[in-house]
Design a protein around this ligand. Structure first.
Ligand SMILES: Nc1ncnc2c1ncn2[C@@H]1O[C@H](COP(=O)(O)OP(=O)(O)OP(=O)(O)O)[C@@H](O)[C@H]1O
Ligand SMILES: N[C@@H](Cc1ccc(O)cc1)C(=O)O
Length: 477
């Protein structure tokens, strides 16, 4: 096997790096002068971070995606382990990477790791993952598959404008491991891996040095991921694996395995890791995941997550998380400089992502909830579905109350536990701190009126101060 070159290129300089080897850091355009198109564009957007290996023995990475070279179309894959019952915003970036290839006419595969999730990837982790039972992994895998297929369909239906794109396929690696006999697998595959190389991976080194060490199952993980790449290469002609930058070691194992067995060139591309404001990787392990499954994070919450992004991040996120062309993003940012209070880029970012993840109806729902909660829209509140109301209730506290004759504003606030007992609570109303259905109520003794304080759908929205919302559902109206 010809060894890949183990150097890093950045802004025209080479860096040798002992732990990671042979990685080309976004210097692709310079390194392959004249390389244009998809990789250069995604490099400019900041979506593609590292490329591995720097050079193939027979073919160079940029040539793979060139319509003129006879290599067209390619197949590219990215794996997602079902260690939870939903994808999260961090995964979205890798998925967007796949979608960009699909838009350029290539075929893409989103691989659910129904088998790999049972072992748990040690990459980027200081502790072993909690072991998941077979049934839990199966049901998580079903949920992930549904989420991926729904996003693939939204992408095709809402963003394609009738353009012919490559295919989007969802597979599960349990399909090929289910049929594998352990001894056959070890004897056929195990002999091609060298212990020294496997042990040298950063993920392995980190875990071996940790107090609890590393289990054989975790250690074996990279072999399965390498075999997946080989399987997809053999059966689907897949030459490129995409993943977060924590996946580089596993991708290298795949490269080495395939190259050794077939002499063919395959490649890895990584996307940057999305972090929270504290610098922690956004995801389930850090406990800060923003989920893509509606039951866990509603379209409204997802929308608000992006609306809340700070000015210094929003341009980067527009480039990473949307398909908007760069000149359009520049234009949006220019308008923003003139009217920053409108939060135009944040709203556009939120709308584009919500549409991709939850479809047109999810976006409409996110906007309705935003209108109802933050923009005093009674019309929006009155037409909300039960599901939307439940999603809103996650943001606001919810009470079901019986409407006794003569129920006053004060009674309502007290029963909903929205104001303190005694004169302080009373004063909060008289001093103008309370509104019902977005209208200020200053008389604590006023009796509730249906149609004004109580909406057609039997709801009242109580607001205390600027941000504390209480939703009341009146029973026996
Ligand atoms: N915050 C993130 N930013 C960019 N890519 C991410 C992020 N989180 C996960 N990914 C990528 O998504 C793919 C699937 O990851 P996986 O399902 O294993 O999640 P994970 O890395 O285990 O997340 P977690 O650490 O939250 O458990 C990988 O390529 C991974 O690198
Ligand atoms: N190891 C990846 C998921 C994955 C699973 C199987 C693969 O073949 C590829 C990627 C992760 O944990 O993020």
């Amino acid at each position: 096997m010809a060894a890949p070159m183990f150097r890093c290129f950045s802004r025209g300089r080479w860096f040798g790096s002992p732990g990671t080897s042979g990685v080309l850091f976004l210097g692709l355009r310079e390194a392959h002068s004249g390389a244009q198109g998809l990789l250069a564009v995604q490099k400019a957007r900041g979506l593609f971070k590292e490329f591995f290996p720097e050079r193939g023995t027979k073919i160079e990475l940029p040539e793979l995606f060139d319509r003129g070279t006879g290599n067209f179309p390619q197949t590219i894959y990215c794996g997602f382990d079902p260690t939870a019952d939903s994808l999260h915003v961090g995964h979205l970036l890798a998925l967007l990477g796949l979608f960009h290839f699909q838009r350029a006419g290539h075929n893409v595969i989103a691989l659910v790791g129904g088998a790999t999730a049972r072992l748990g990837d040690p990459s980027g982790r200081t502790k072993e993952r909690e072991a998941l039972g077979a049934e839990r992994v199966r049901s998580n895998a079903r949920a992930l598959r549904q989420g991926l297929e729904a996003m693939g369909a939204n992408h095709q239906q809402l963003f394609a404008d009738g353009r012919p794109w490559g295919s989007f396929t969802v597979l599960d690696n349990s399909a090929w491991y289910q049929k594998q006999h352990l001894v056959d697998f070890l004897s056929a595959v195990g002999g091609h891996f060298r212990m020294g190389t496997l042990l040298s991976r950063l993920s392995v080194q980190t875990r071996l040095k940790s107090p609890e060490g590393m289990s054989l199952a975790e250690f074996f993980y990279q072999v399965l991921q390498a075999y997946d790449f080989y399987y997809l290469f053999q059966h689907y002609g897949c030459r490129v694996q995409l993943g977060g930058s924590d996946q580089l070691g596993n991708i290298m194992s795949g490269y080495e395995f395939i190259h050794k067995l077939t002499g063919e060139d395959v490649f890895g591309i990584t996307v940057p890791l999305i972090t929270s404001t504290t610098g922690a990787k956004l995801g389930k392990s850090a406990g800060n995941a923003v989920w893509l499954n509606r039951d866990k994070t509603s379209p409204f919450e997802l929308y608000q997550f992006f609306v809340r992004q700070q000015d210094d991040l929003v341009e980067r996120y527009l480039k990473l998380f949307t398909f908007l062309p760069l000149p359009e993003i520049d234009h949006i940012m220019q308008l923003h400089e003139k009217e920053p209070e409108k939060r135009g880029p944040q709203k556009r970012l939120a709308a584009e992502v919500t549409k991709l993840v939850h479809g047109q109806e999810g976006l409409a729902s996110a906007k309705r909830c935003t209108q109802a909660l933050y923009h005093s829209s009674i019309d929006a509140l009155e037409v909300m579905s039960d599901q939307e109301l439940k999603e809103l209730f996650k943001e606001a506290s919810f009470s079901e109350l019986v409407l006794d004759p003569g129920t006053s504003v004060l009674d309502t606030c007290r029963k909903a536990n929205a104001i303190p007992d005694g004169p302080r609570g009373y004063r909060m109303i008289t001093e103008g701190g309370v509104s019902i259905n977005h209208r200020q109520v200053t008389n604590p003794e006023s009796v509730l009126v249906v149609g004004q304080h109580i909406l057609k759908n039997g709801l009242s929205l109580l607001k205390i101060g600027k941000r504390n919302f209480y939703i009341i559902k009146w029973l026996q109206l």
